[in-house]
Design a protein. Structure first.
Length: 76
C-alpha cells in the first residue's frame, strides 16, 4: 500500500519529468485553479501567468532538465 509521502514524491517526480519534456500544461494539473505562485524576482503570479512565465523560461533554456538528489516528504 502506497503512503501519502510516497504519493507526494511521485507527484513531484512526474511533474518535473513532464516539465522537462516541455509539457507545461502539467502546471494546470498540479496547481489549484486559484493558486498564487511566488518565484524570486517576479511578482506573485496566478496559474495563467505562471504558465506564460514557464513558456518564456523554457524558450530561453530549452535544454533545461531537473535531477533529484534527495526528495523528502516525511516529517515536518
Amino acid at each position: 500500500m502506497e503512503t501519502i509521502e510516497e504519493r507526494n514524491k511521485a507527484i513531484v517526480r512526474d511533474y518535473l519529468k513532464e516539465m522537462d519534456r516541455g509539457n507545461l500544461a502539467i502546471l494546470k494539473e498540479v496547481l489549484a485553479p486559484n493558486a498564487i505562485v511566488h518565484f524570486p524576482g517576479f511578482p506573485p503570479m496566478d496559474v495563467q501567468a505562471t504558465l506564460q512565465g514557464g513558456e518564456m523560461f523554457y524558450a530561453a533554456f530549452p535544454d533545461l532538465s531537473h535531477s533529484i538528489d534527495d526528495l523528502i516528504a516525511e516529517g515536518d
